[in-house]
Design a protein around this ligand. Structure first.
Ligand code: G4F
Length: 341
């Protein structure tokens, strides 16, 4: 029986990964930050499920090296999935130091613990397409040069490169999953996809009147989170450690994503900036207006982020199945279903 430790188990990816590992028969340990309010809604169902005896949560923090070391020495997981840290790119401009401590320095501390651990362990590190930032070419693959354009991307690039260093210098089985955006109904509500699908669902249910967004022309390679966590597990079952791009290979704009989500719920959508005459005409038909608020713009936007996951396909037999507008439709349906008894 394998034992895994998930850092970031209460997040979107951590919760799906815990489900998949428990279904595979793993014993799963998760690190949970102590907070005055419980933040375990995404894994609550696992704590009452038949396999709940195989799930143990530990209070701890990535930045608390001693407690992390203690948990590792006691539980001796063969696989560690490092998914924790401040993951909002826009917010990383506001809190760059916390972002770099949690995503950068804390990863280095973890690597240092693993270097000294007296038994073999495999590490999955959640790197990100944001390490490429403003890449010279699209699509990007594992050989594309790092060129981050925000504090979050800088921290992830630092941590991803250190995983490579520890792999080469100390033979650590460390893998970087260079994941592009991956979404689901468990996505945090301040990421653009969830903001859109939850907004559409609430408008449909008469609980909200408009959605305020930033850059509608921004394009992202959006996939389906449960598929991406499968790739994380597969990476640690491979014979040798490596880095893998996880992506759909297709990008769509925020505007297109929103159009798909709203259409799925039978709502007509008008975009601010469509021109006054067109906007007035659409409003007359009862269309919902999607408004722009400059506060959601970023000082610098990442560009042309679209991934080539050919290596994951050939080495892990993994490919993304759910792509951009389909992700939007599934999320919108799930959000509306959750609002309507
Ligand atoms: O949903 P987002 O905040 O995701 P972003 O910045 O691409 O980052 C996500 O994916 C990365 C790659 O996998 C991860 F590393 C990272 O941790 C995170 O999971 O924004 C997507 C796009 C951006 O271009 C943003 O400018 O949507 C644009 N956008 C437009 N209006 C907005 C909004 N983003 C947010 N969060 N909120 C808006 O109102």
């Amino acid at each position: 029986m394998k034992t895994a430790l998930i850092l970031g188990i209460t997040g979107q990816d951590g919760s799906y990964l815990a489900e998949q590992l428990l279904a595979e028969g793993y014993v799963v340990h998760g690190l949970v930050r102590r907070a005055s309010m419980f933040n375990r809604s995404r894994i609550e169902h696992l704590r009452t499920a038949p396999a709940s005896g195989k799930l143990t949560l530990h209070y701890g923090d990535l930045t608390d090296v001693t407690s992390l070391r203690r948990i590792l020495e006691k539980e001796k997981p063969q696989e560690i999935y490092h998914l924790a840290g401040q993951s909002h790119v826009g917010l990383s401009f506001e809190i760059p130091e916390v972002t770099c401590q949690e995503n950068g320095t804390a990863t280095l501390s973890l690597l240092e613990i693993l270097r000294d651990l007296g038994y073999p362990v495999k590490l999955y590190h959640a790197a990100s397409s944001e390490i490429f930032g403003a890449p010279a070419a699209a699509p990007q693959n594992e050989g594309t040069a790092f060129n981050p354009v925000n504090p979050y991307g800088c921290a992830k690039a630092f941590a991803a490169q250190l995983c490579r260093v520890y792999r080469n210098a100390y033979g650590l089985f460390a893998c970087n999953g260079i994941a592009y955006n991956h979404e689901s109904p468990r996505r945090g509500e301040n990421f653009v996809t969830r903001k859109i699908t939850l907004g559409a669902a609430r408008i449909k249910a008469g609980k909200q009147t408009e959605v305020l967004l930033g850059n509608l022309d921004s394009r992202r390679d959006w996939g389906w989170a449960p598929e991406y966590v499968t790739a994380m597990r597969l990476m640690l079952q491979a014979k040798a450690p490596g880095d893998y791009v996880l992506a759909t290979g297709r990008a769509c704009s925020v505007r297109e994503f929103a159009a798909a989500a709203f259409a799925e719920l039978g709502l007509e959508l008008a975009f601010e900036g469509q021109g006054p005459a067109e906007l007035a005409r659409r409003k007359d038909t009862g269309a919902v207006v999607l408004r722009i608020n400059p506060k959601f713009y970023r000082p610098v936007e990442s560009t042309t982020l679209v991934g080539d996951a050919a290596l994951a396909k050939s080495k892990l037999s993994w490919s993304a199945k759910t792509i951009g507008p389909d992700v939007a439709r599934q999320m919108a349906r799930a959000d509306f279903a959750a609002l309507t008894p």
